[in-house]
Design a protein around this ligand. Structure first.
Ligand code: ADP
Ligand code: MG
Length: 287
């Protein structure tokens, strides 16, 4: 069990008049190789939660275990942890700083103590994984498009070969093409390398396609942690939280109310296609 969160609470500015609870008694476990979608309205505590997972901020109560060890225990190797649990911040492209792309991506592995040659191998591998073409390697990061910059920034974390990759709203501010490219890259990392993914988003549509499990935060509390199918059954509660199930789930639900025998727990266009073809063949058999 690589990652386990136990009774985690976080209070900002504790003990002052400004004190506020950002997380309240959160517990969950992430199994190896899972793709988790972390969903919640703005201010629900998503960014605060993920910064605990690699020890960047300390809990007010509770703790986090990585591979069975309490990461907040005295003497725990937090630097080592940050290579194993990679965190890609929101708008990570603002943290690109080297003159050329390859040097930027090499920074992490070099900082881990690898030789220049080893760091370069890892950097090249990471850039390939996020589909940045070799012809860009010697260019300045600032010549790239928004989506490309973001992929380079993700490569910078991947070059450290993390076991768990956490991304804070990696699609924010991108156009639909940039968004799809990022999500596809993340999905292939998960499928081809078996990396555990925690993808933070406020869009159900983004995570429905890829996540094995969805964790829903609402007002600093964990509301659901289940498969997309189970989570999307709570349509009313999701709506109240300012979230929503994917459009296609509402469409299926409306059709079902209109008397059509469609599975109303579908959440992707692909599932809808399968369901519609099934219904058509049922109709054909009746005729
Ligand atoms: P999300 O990522 O879901 O938008 P955050 O974790 O950023 O949520 O914020 C959760 C709550 O904590 C919000 O009410 C936010 O205003 C507050 N908060 C976040 N960071 C700080 C901080 N550094 N100091 C005080 N309050 C904060
Ligand atoms: Mg956030």
């Amino acid at each position: 069990m690589p990652l386990k969160v136990e009774h985690l609470s976080h209070i900002y500015q504790q003990g002052t008049a400004m004190e506020s609870w950002a997380l309240r008694d959160i517990s969950f476990e992430v199994e190896d190789g899972t793709f988790v979608g972390l969903i919640g309205h703005t201010g629900s505590g998503k960014s605060t939660l993920i910064q605990h997972l690699n020890g960047l901020i300390k809990p007010s109560e509770g703790t986090v275990y990585f591979d069975g060890e309490d990461i907040f225990a005295a003497g725990y190797d937090l630097k080592g942890l940050r290579a194993k649990v990679g965190l890609v911040f929101q708008y990570p492209e603002y943290q690109l700083f080297e003159q050329d792309i390859l040097s930027d991506v090499k920074f992490g592995p070099k900082n881990m103590g690898l030789s220049d040659k080893e760091a370069e191998e890892k950097a090249i591998d990471a850039l390939r994984l996020v589909r940045v073409d070799e012809k860009y390697f010697s260019r300045s990061p600032f010549e790239l498009s928004g989506g490309q910059k973001r992929r380079v920034a993700i490569a910078g974390v991947l070059a450290m070969e993390p076991k768990v990759l956490i991304l804070d709203e990696p699609t924010a501010g991108l156009d639909p093409k940039g968004r799809d490219e990022i999500l596809e890259s993340i999905d292939s990392l998960h499928k081809e390398r078996g990396i555990t993914i925690i993808l933070v988003s406020h869009s159900m549509e983004d995570v429905a396609m890829y996540a094995d499990r969805i964790l829903v935060l609402d007002g600093s509390e964990l509301k659901f942690f289940d498969t997309p199918k189970e989570v999307f059954k709570h349509k009313k509660e999701l709506k109240r939280m300012g979230l929503a199930a994917p459009e296609i789930t509402y469409l299926a639900s409306d059709l079902r109310k209109a008397g059509i025998d469609i599975d109303d727990t579908i959440s992707t266009v692909e599932e809808a296609k399968t369901e519609i073809l099934r219904l058509l063949s049922v109709e054909k058999d009746k005729a």
